[in-house]
Design a protein around this ligand. Structure first.
Ligand SMILES: Cc1cc2nc3c(=O)[nH]c(=O)nc-3n(C[C@H](O)[C@H](O)[C@H](O)COP(=O)(O)OP(=O)(O)OC[C@H]3O[C@@H](n4cnc5c(N)ncnc54)[C@H](O)[C@@H]3O)c2cc1C
Length: 529
């Protein structure tokens, strides 16, 4: 069963090796397990719904609790402490477009706000109801989860927008295709959520971000349906899909989406290369991206991330042996791990591998084969479960992400890490910070930084620590010319920073879009803009 106050299936554990716990104690200090509130106690605190009885709306406290928060750190603090604040007044699970339209009509008639809900995996407060006089209706699109059409000749598949990652892949793979969209939240996130947040999957180098995969679909808005035909390309004026991508539930509910599928690759492999230091690793990553070597993924870790990756792996003997071998090749304490993914026709994979390894070797990269890469691939959806384990030990883990051009990347990584590492100095707490570049583009890269700090005995204090970290990171990102989000979106947590990159006129255009499709301002208020 899905956890109500953490990540994932409650039957899946991610135990930490004793050496990994010692590593954390050394970097951030010994921690105390927080006293989490029990499910029954939170359930009893759900207030009476403001909705009268309606055939499509559940006012059951458990439904409302399950849809009250997403997966951001403030969401975790709220769920684990029971200080949730606002709950939706009701949750609806429409089975078809007619029911979606009825819910939109009903919300308008009773003056309710409406929050589209996919898998609830948002990490920036997208799905949280905010305080206000209007009752809140959360619309969970999980029942719109069928394959509606499949055009094998064109590779186009139309799904209900509430379909989750694994179900979508099962449908496509049984027909010899894949979407190739694998965000780390794949297990629970949905097609509609990916589109509404402009999501980016781990193998976006080959398959593209969701912008490239989303061919068209239907958006039910408060003023009618917007149909987006799936042309392969079009010069017929501005592309209205761009309106829907990243709309974060502000414009309407995406009920179906057509996506561009790819035949299952003939060969797929993941390989690891260690570089002597961050500079050589970055140079190789940039050159590989600029040479447009056809990889499916690339992830370059800083020395600090490489160190923690090896420490958490828990295989002390094997890693010590690897480190001795690397040292013989000049790769020592500052080493950086690059994981490469290659997917496609076997001949293309061979050529891409040759090209990437040749570039890497010029920068002193030592190729160590497939074992590390395959291990990364095997555990890529398991890693988020580590967050549960860490929390239960008394450590909070959060991530920030951005993207910038190659000139800006080195300084951005330095300043972002320094801002996070020093953000809790005033309260005498240490923060362990590490980074990777995970989505490489010819003209720049995403920057993904993780920080680990101690959970405070008082939940408000933990929230205070998170606020300091978020502000420090966001300011550093903007000061270095990064975007406020490369993949997680804006939601509530980044809203205050959006105008810095869109500008006044840009914000006015966005507001006007929203007003046109949602004149009553009922759709997910307080998010994005
Ligand atoms: C452990 C973890 C790992 C993650 N890894 C990644 C990653 O690798 N890449 C990445 O891009 N993101 C990642 N995320 C963030 C998150 O998973 C994405 O933002 C995802 O796209 C959200 O999808 P969802 O279905 O859960 O949407 P939700 O969280 O339910 O909703 C997100 C927003 O989309 C809107 N929305 C959802 N469905 C619809 C719809 N049908 N119509 C209109 N609006 C809708 C909601 O109103 C809300 O504003 C991660 C999150 C977690 C917790």
């Amino acid at each position: 069963m899905r956890r109500w106050n953490g990540w994932g299936d409650d039957a899946i554990a991610y135990p930490l090796h004793a050496s990994a716990v010692r590593f954390l104690e050394d970097r951030v200090g010994a921690a105390q397990p927080p006293a989490d509130i029990a499910f029954g106690e939170v359930l009893a605190s759900v207030p009476t719904s403001r909705f009268p009885s309606h055939g499509l709306i559940s006012t059951d406290p458990a439904d409302r609790l399950f849809h009250a928060r997403g997966q951001s750190l403030p969401d975790w603090v709220a769920l684990r402490s029971g200080r949730i604040g606002v709950f939706p007044d009701g949750v609806a699970y429409p089975a078809d477009e007619a029911e979606v339209r009825e819910l939109l009509r009903y919300a308008a008639a009773v003056g309710a706000c409406l929050i589209p809900y996919g898998g609830g995996t948002s990490v920036v407060g997208h799905v949280n109801p905010l305080p206000g006089a209007a009752p809140v209706l959360t619309v969970d699109l999980g029942r719109l989860n069928r394959l509606l059409r499949f055009d094998e000749t064109s590779g186009l598949a139309t799904f209900g927008a509430g379909i989750r990652g694994p179900d979508l892949e099962v449908q496509l793979r049984s027909r010899g295709f894949t979407l190739g969209h694998f965000p780390q939240s794949f297990e629970y996130s949905t097609l509609g959520g990916w589109i509404a947040t402009r999501s980016c999957g781990q193998q976006s180098l080959a398959y593209g971000r969701i912008e490239r995969l989303f061919a068209g679909g239907r958006l039910e808005t408060p003023v009618g349906a917007l149909d987006l035909p799936p042309f392969p390309a079009s010069a017929a004026g501005p592309d209205l899909r761009e309106l829907v991508l990243g709309s974060e539930g502000r414009l309407g509910l995406l009920t179906s989406a057509t996506v561009r599928a790819t035949p299952i690759p003939e060969r797929e492999e993941f390989r690891a290369i260690f570089f002597p230091n961050w500079q050589t690793g970055q140079a190789a990553a940039r050159e590989i991206a600029q040479a447009r070597v056809p990889l499916s993924m690339a992830r370059l870790s800083t020395p600090a991330e490489t160190e923690i990756t090896l420490a958490l792996a828990g295989r002390e003997f094997l890693i010590a042996t690897l480190e001795q071998l690397l040292a013989l090749r000049g790769v020592r304490n500052d080493k950086c791990l690059l994981i490469l993914g290659l997917s496609g026709r076997a001949a293309l994979v061979r050529a891409a591998r040759r090209e990437a390894l040749a570039i890497a070797s010029v920068q002193g990269g030592v190729h160590v084969g497939e074992a590390f890469g395959q291990e990364w691939h095997k555990s890529r959806f398991r890693t988020p479960y580590l967050r549960n384990t860490l929390w239960e030990l008394g450590y909070a883990l959060d991530t920030v992400e951005t993207a910038a051009d190659w000139v800006a990347v080195p300084q951005l990584v330095r300043d972002l890490e320094a801002a996070l590492a020093g953000a809790l100095a005033g309260v005498d707490e240490r923060v362990h910070v590490f980074t990777h570049l995970s989505h490489l583009y010819p003209h720049g890269s995403s920057v993904y930084t993780t920080c680990i700090f101690r959970v405070a005995p008082d939940p408000d204090e933990t929230l205070g620590r998170w606020r300091k970290l978020k502000a420090a990171a966001s300011q550093a990102i903007l000061a270095c010319g990064g975007t406020i989000s490369h993949q997680h979106g804006v939601g509530a947590d980044h809203r205050g920073y959006l105008s810095a990159e869109k500008g006044e006129l840009g914000m006015a255009v966005l507001r006007e879009f929203c007003r046109t499709l949602d004149p009553g301002q009922v759709m997910n208020p307080g998010k994005l803009i």
